[in-house]
Design a protein around this ligand. Sequence first.
Ligand SMILES: *Cc1c(COP(=O)(O)O)cnc(C)c1O
Length: 382
Amino acid sequence: MNQIYLDNHATTQLDPRVLEAMLPYLKEKFGNASSIDHNYGNESAQAVKKAREQIASLINAKDPEDIIFTSGATESDNLAILGIARAMKKKGNHIITTQIEHKAVLESCHKLETEGFEITFLPVDRNGRINLNELKKSIKKETILITIIAANNEVGTIQELKEIGEIARINNVIFHTDAAQAFGHINLDVRDMKTDLISISSHKIYGPKGVGALYVNQENLSIKIEPLFYGGGQEMGYRSGTLNTPGIVGLGKAAEIAKKEMIETQKRLSNLRDKLCIGLKKEIEVEINGESPKRLAHNLNLYFPGIEAKALINEAKGVAMSAGSACTSKEVKPSHVLTAMGFDNDRIHSSIRLGLGRFTTEEEIRLAIKEIVRAAIKLKSI
Ligand SMILES: *Cc1c(COP(=O)(O)O)cnc(C)c1O
């Protein structure tokens, strides 16, 4: 069945231009990027270098060598959080994060609690935003790291990254942000935002799965990171293991395309997103969860009063959408993000996340409205 894909926060379709760029590195250009004594290795090393530049350019990083390739944002989050904590525990044992992080951050922090670290999980308001004064007040002399999600994967809320960076810098605390949903979707400038570490995922920006990066501001000499893996010392020792050249080339190409098309795509998708919302509101009762003035243009998290989210997803078979985040949607546990925003379980179990993407068309939005309205009316009548 040809479903309309509206689950772009879970993952995105590989852009054909990205596939095209990757193909030679899956075929004849198979060299190991570390084996630079011959053409095969050199060719791969050059390709990896170009990808570093493409990614650095998208976030305005000074030095392409600040980009460390990983297997995805989960690994980048683990490397940043566990790595900083374990390397810097002599300096302090306190970390500040939020209640609306991705599990990759939350579970890394919970792991650190078992290693003697104290974690502050900042609350958020009804729109999913942290309070900057609360952040300031929670900083202590033992605080070594602030890790705050850039754009939330369920409700699309964008935090005040520049202000957070400022607070971290003034207090001499390292600032990490999980930008899996933000990188390539909104403008991120590491110099302007004073970010020390950024987690990046390829498959959220139309690149291949299983590859990502961690930006490390190596100008900030206070940063120390204990690696997760030991071996050949690739990626300046931060991440041993033979580089995934095809994946890295794909991520680089995806970043290059995002840089060129970001503003136009944002405009087009926020327009389509609003059309979707207005179209549904005309026919059925819906409310937006998290209407932050600053949120991702392609995100729409909706509450359907009196309708079970799972039932709606099953009934509206023509549309691929998700209840809560993909990683937790198998569990019956209500979304920790919507809970932190102050919504009750009834509302959470009646809420659906819609994520538009680069390949979403106007026609698809028209059809998606029809399908969701049909399903909602049918479920209401039972
Ligand atoms: C998808 C996602 C991750 C995990 O990224 P992977 O590359 O799939 O490991 C982490 N954080 C956020 C906010 C995400 O959306």
